[in-house]
Design a protein around this ligand. Structure first.
Ligand SMILES: Nc1ncnc2c1ncn2[C@@H]1O[C@H](COP(=O)(O)OP(=O)(O)OP(=O)(O)O)[C@@H](O)[C@H]1O
Ligand SMILES: [Mg+2]
Length: 238
Protein backbone atom coordinates (compact mmCIF):
# COMPACT_ATOMS: atom_id res chain seq x y z
CA UNK A 1 0.00 0.00 0.00
CA UNK A 2 1.19 3.53 -0.74
CA UNK A 3 2.47 5.34 2.33
CA UNK A 4 1.70 9.01 2.71
CA UNK A 5 4.64 11.33 3.27
CA UNK A 6 2.89 14.72 3.20
CA UNK A 7 -0.67 15.53 4.15
CA UNK A 8 -2.18 18.98 3.86
CA UNK A 9 -5.36 19.14 5.84
CA UNK A 10 -7.68 22.12 5.27
CA UNK A 11 -4.81 24.57 4.94
CA UNK A 12 -5.60 28.25 4.45
CA UNK A 13 -3.23 31.17 4.17
CA UNK A 14 -4.70 34.59 4.76
CA UNK A 15 -2.96 37.83 3.87
CA UNK A 16 -4.05 41.14 5.31
CA UNK A 17 -2.96 44.11 3.27
CA UNK A 18 -4.27 47.30 4.93
CA UNK A 19 -7.98 46.68 5.54
CA UNK A 20 -8.27 44.00 2.91
CA UNK A 21 -8.10 40.30 3.82
CA UNK A 22 -7.41 37.92 1.08
CA UNK A 23 -6.88 34.17 0.75
CA UNK A 24 -3.61 32.94 -0.74
CA UNK A 25 -4.80 29.37 -0.06
CA UNK A 26 -8.36 28.33 0.73
CA UNK A 27 -8.81 25.15 2.82
CA UNK A 28 -6.57 23.03 0.62
CA UNK A 29 -6.44 19.27 1.12
CA UNK A 30 -3.68 17.28 -0.49
CA UNK A 31 -2.01 13.93 0.09
CA UNK A 32 1.38 13.10 -1.34
CA UNK A 33 2.74 9.58 -1.18
CA UNK A 34 6.30 8.41 -0.67
CA UNK A 35 8.04 8.18 -4.04
CA UNK A 36 5.52 10.44 -5.83
CA UNK A 37 6.63 12.79 -8.59
CA UNK A 38 4.18 15.70 -8.54
CA UNK A 39 3.70 18.85 -10.57
CA UNK A 40 1.77 21.85 -9.29
CA UNK A 41 0.43 24.09 -12.05
CA UNK A 42 -1.83 27.13 -12.13
CA UNK A 43 -2.00 30.76 -13.19
CA UNK A 44 0.27 33.40 -11.70
CA UNK A 45 -0.96 34.36 -8.24
CA UNK A 46 -2.94 31.12 -7.76
CA UNK A 47 -0.97 30.13 -4.63
CA UNK A 48 1.65 27.67 -5.91
CA UNK A 49 4.64 29.22 -4.15
CA UNK A 50 2.60 29.77 -1.00
CA UNK A 51 1.66 26.09 -1.00
CA UNK A 52 5.21 24.91 -1.69
CA UNK A 53 6.60 27.13 1.08
CA UNK A 54 4.06 25.69 3.52
CA UNK A 55 4.88 22.12 2.50
CA UNK A 56 8.58 23.03 2.82
CA UNK A 57 8.08 24.46 6.32
CA UNK A 58 9.37 27.85 5.16
CA UNK A 59 6.01 29.38 5.97
CA UNK A 60 3.19 28.51 8.37
CA UNK A 61 -0.50 28.21 7.43
CA UNK A 62 -3.07 30.62 8.92
CA UNK A 63 -5.21 27.57 9.67
CA UNK A 64 -5.30 23.86 8.92
CA UNK A 65 -2.61 21.27 9.52
CA UNK A 66 0.46 19.94 7.77
CA UNK A 67 1.77 16.43 8.42
CA UNK A 68 5.23 15.36 7.30
CA UNK A 69 5.84 11.64 7.80
CA UNK A 70 2.87 11.59 10.13
CA UNK A 71 4.22 14.41 12.32
CA UNK A 72 1.87 17.35 12.85
CA UNK A 73 4.35 20.14 12.21
CA UNK A 74 2.04 22.90 13.42
CA UNK A 75 2.92 21.85 16.94
CA UNK A 76 6.67 22.32 16.40
CA UNK A 77 8.79 25.37 17.24
CA UNK A 78 11.11 27.08 14.76
CA UNK A 79 14.14 25.08 15.85
CA UNK A 80 12.35 21.78 15.41
CA UNK A 81 11.06 22.91 12.00
CA UNK A 82 14.57 23.89 10.93
CA UNK A 83 15.78 20.44 11.87
CA UNK A 84 13.09 18.66 9.84
CA UNK A 85 13.82 21.01 6.91
CA UNK A 86 17.48 20.16 7.05
CA UNK A 87 17.05 16.38 7.32
CA UNK A 88 14.01 15.65 5.18
CA UNK A 89 13.72 18.45 2.62
CA UNK A 90 15.77 19.80 -0.26
CA UNK A 91 14.88 23.05 -2.02
CA UNK A 92 15.42 24.28 -5.57
CA UNK A 93 14.40 27.82 -6.49
CA UNK A 94 13.79 29.66 -9.75
CA UNK A 95 16.60 32.13 -9.09
CA UNK A 96 18.95 29.46 -7.74
CA UNK A 97 19.43 31.28 -4.37
CA UNK A 98 23.12 30.44 -4.26
CA UNK A 99 25.38 32.52 -2.05
CA UNK A 100 27.59 34.43 -4.45
CA UNK A 101 30.47 35.16 -2.09
CA UNK A 102 30.94 31.44 -1.36
CA UNK A 103 32.43 28.91 -3.76
CA UNK A 104 30.36 26.27 -5.51
CA UNK A 105 31.76 23.68 -3.10
CA UNK A 106 30.83 25.76 -0.05
CA UNK A 107 27.32 26.28 -1.42
CA UNK A 108 26.75 22.58 -2.01
CA UNK A 109 28.15 21.64 1.42
CA UNK A 110 25.88 23.99 3.30
CA UNK A 111 23.12 21.57 4.38
CA UNK A 112 25.84 19.22 5.69
CA UNK A 113 27.53 21.93 7.75
CA UNK A 114 24.27 22.40 9.64
CA UNK A 115 24.33 18.66 10.40
CA UNK A 116 27.85 18.75 11.79
CA UNK A 117 29.30 16.42 9.14
CA UNK A 118 33.14 16.69 9.01
CA UNK A 119 34.87 18.52 6.17
CA UNK A 120 36.34 15.49 4.34
CA UNK A 121 33.00 13.73 4.22
CA UNK A 122 31.31 16.96 3.11
CA UNK A 123 33.68 17.35 0.17
CA UNK A 124 33.14 13.75 -0.86
CA UNK A 125 29.34 14.06 -0.74
CA UNK A 126 29.40 17.45 -2.52
CA UNK A 127 31.44 16.02 -5.39
CA UNK A 128 29.11 13.04 -5.66
CA UNK A 129 26.04 15.29 -5.76
CA UNK A 130 27.55 17.58 -8.39
CA UNK A 131 28.42 14.63 -10.64
CA UNK A 132 24.96 13.12 -10.14
CA UNK A 133 23.29 16.30 -11.52
CA UNK A 134 25.59 16.40 -14.55
CA UNK A 135 27.91 19.11 -13.20
CA UNK A 136 31.69 19.28 -13.45
CA UNK A 137 34.25 19.11 -10.67
CA UNK A 138 36.15 22.02 -12.25
CA UNK A 139 33.36 24.28 -10.97
CA UNK A 140 33.98 23.50 -7.30
CA UNK A 141 36.30 26.40 -6.52
CA UNK A 142 34.51 28.91 -8.73
CA UNK A 143 31.96 31.43 -7.53
CA UNK A 144 28.36 30.88 -8.74
CA UNK A 145 28.39 34.06 -10.87
CA UNK A 146 31.27 32.62 -12.90
CA UNK A 147 28.83 29.94 -14.15
CA UNK A 148 25.94 30.11 -16.62
CA UNK A 149 22.33 29.99 -15.43
CA UNK A 150 21.99 26.30 -16.33
CA UNK A 151 25.22 25.48 -14.52
CA UNK A 152 24.11 27.46 -11.45
CA UNK A 153 20.85 25.54 -11.36
CA UNK A 154 22.79 22.26 -11.40
CA UNK A 155 24.79 23.53 -8.43
CA UNK A 156 21.55 24.48 -6.68
CA UNK A 157 20.14 20.99 -7.28
CA UNK A 158 23.37 19.43 -6.03
CA UNK A 159 22.94 21.47 -2.85
CA UNK A 160 19.32 20.33 -2.57
CA UNK A 161 20.19 16.62 -2.83
CA UNK A 162 23.58 16.49 -1.11
CA UNK A 163 22.05 15.36 2.18
CA UNK A 164 19.80 12.77 0.48
CA UNK A 165 16.54 14.40 1.56
CA UNK A 166 13.42 12.25 1.19
CA UNK A 167 11.57 15.15 -0.39
CA UNK A 168 12.78 17.60 -3.03
CA UNK A 169 10.73 20.76 -3.60
CA UNK A 170 11.36 22.89 -6.68
CA UNK A 171 9.70 26.20 -7.52
CA UNK A 172 9.94 26.90 -11.26
CA UNK A 173 13.31 25.15 -11.47
CA UNK A 174 13.40 25.50 -15.26
CA UNK A 175 11.84 28.98 -15.41
CA UNK A 176 15.14 30.67 -16.26
CA UNK A 177 16.76 27.93 -18.32
CA UNK A 178 17.03 27.10 -22.00
CA UNK A 179 15.48 23.84 -23.24
CA UNK A 180 18.70 21.84 -23.03
CA UNK A 181 19.34 22.84 -19.40
CA UNK A 182 15.67 22.32 -18.57
CA UNK A 183 15.95 18.79 -19.93
CA UNK A 184 18.97 18.05 -17.75
CA UNK A 185 17.14 19.34 -14.68
CA UNK A 186 14.06 17.19 -15.38
CA UNK A 187 16.23 14.22 -16.17
CA UNK A 188 17.96 14.64 -12.80
CA UNK A 189 14.61 14.79 -11.00
CA UNK A 190 13.41 11.70 -12.87
CA UNK A 191 16.55 9.82 -11.80
CA UNK A 192 16.19 10.97 -8.18
CA UNK A 193 12.58 9.85 -8.25
CA UNK A 194 13.65 6.38 -9.46
CA UNK A 195 15.86 6.17 -6.38
CA UNK A 196 12.81 6.79 -4.21
CA UNK A 197 12.95 10.53 -3.56
CA UNK A 198 9.58 12.27 -3.51
CA UNK A 199 9.67 15.22 -5.92
CA UNK A 200 7.32 18.20 -6.08
CA UNK A 201 7.78 20.69 -8.89
CA UNK A 202 5.90 23.94 -9.39
CA UNK A 203 5.93 24.80 -13.08
CA UNK A 204 4.20 26.81 -15.79
CA UNK A 205 5.64 24.53 -18.43
CA UNK A 206 3.42 21.63 -19.61
CA UNK A 207 6.47 19.90 -21.13
CA UNK A 208 7.92 19.77 -17.62
CA UNK A 209 4.65 18.87 -15.86
CA UNK A 210 4.07 16.02 -18.32
CA UNK A 211 7.28 14.32 -17.10
CA UNK A 212 5.82 13.85 -13.61
CA UNK A 213 3.30 11.27 -12.43
CA UNK A 214 0.48 13.51 -11.20
CA UNK A 215 -0.44 17.13 -11.87
CA UNK A 216 -2.33 19.23 -9.29
CA UNK A 217 -4.04 22.19 -10.95
CA UNK A 218 -4.46 25.17 -8.62
CA UNK A 219 -6.61 28.23 -9.10
CA UNK A 220 -7.39 31.00 -6.61
CA UNK A 221 -5.91 29.03 -3.74
CA UNK A 222 -7.79 25.76 -4.28
CA UNK A 223 -7.03 22.50 -6.09
CA UNK A 224 -9.43 22.47 -9.06
CA UNK A 225 -8.23 19.33 -10.83
CA UNK A 226 -5.79 16.43 -10.58
CA UNK A 227 -4.53 15.23 -13.96
CA UNK A 228 -2.54 12.30 -15.21
CA UNK A 229 0.40 13.56 -17.29
CA UNK A 230 0.70 12.84 -21.01
CA UNK A 231 4.09 11.17 -21.16
CA UNK A 232 4.62 11.76 -24.88
CA UNK A 233 4.45 15.52 -24.16
CA UNK A 234 7.29 15.33 -21.62
CA UNK A 235 10.28 17.55 -22.41
CA UNK A 236 12.53 14.48 -22.27
CA UNK A 237 10.74 13.13 -25.34
CA UNK A 238 11.12 16.37 -27.30
N1 LIG B 1 3.60 38.09 1.76
C1 LIG B 1 2.49 38.32 1.06
N2 LIG B 1 1.66 39.34 1.39
C2 LIG B 1 0.52 39.54 0.73
N3 LIG B 1 0.10 38.79 -0.31
C3 LIG B 1 0.88 37.78 -0.68
C4 LIG B 1 2.11 37.49 -0.04
N4 LIG B 1 2.67 36.39 -0.64
C5 LIG B 1 1.81 36.04 -1.62
N5 LIG B 1 0.74 36.87 -1.65
C6 LIG B 1 -0.39 36.76 -2.57
O1 LIG B 1 -0.91 35.44 -2.54
C7 LIG B 1 -1.28 35.02 -3.84
C8 LIG B 1 -0.56 33.75 -4.19
O2 LIG B 1 0.82 34.04 -4.34
P1 LIG B 1 1.88 32.96 -4.80
O3 LIG B 1 3.22 33.61 -4.76
O4 LIG B 1 1.70 31.73 -4.01
O5 LIG B 1 1.43 32.71 -6.32
P2 LIG B 1 2.07 31.78 -7.43
O6 LIG B 1 1.00 30.83 -7.86
O7 LIG B 1 3.35 31.20 -6.94
O8 LIG B 1 2.35 32.80 -8.63
P3 LIG B 1 3.55 32.87 -9.69
O9 LIG B 1 3.21 31.84 -10.74
O10 LIG B 1 3.47 34.26 -10.24
O11 LIG B 1 4.84 32.60 -8.98
C9 LIG B 1 -0.93 36.19 -4.78
O12 LIG B 1 -2.10 36.88 -5.08
C10 LIG B 1 0.04 37.03 -4.00
O13 LIG B 1 -0.06 38.38 -4.35
MG1 LIG C 1 5.33 31.45 -7.49
Amino acid sequence: MEKEIIRIDGVSKVYRVGDVTFYGLKRIDMTIYRGDFIAIMGPSGSGKTTLLNIIGLLDRPSSGRVFIDGIDVSALNDRQLARIRNIKLGFVFQYFNLINRLTVLENIEMPLVARGIPKNKRIELAKEALIRVGGELSWLLKKPLQLSGGQQQKVAIARAIVGSPEIVLADEPTGNLDRASAKTVINTFTELNKYGHTIIVVTHDPEVANCTRKIFMIRDGVVVDIRIPEVDKCILKM
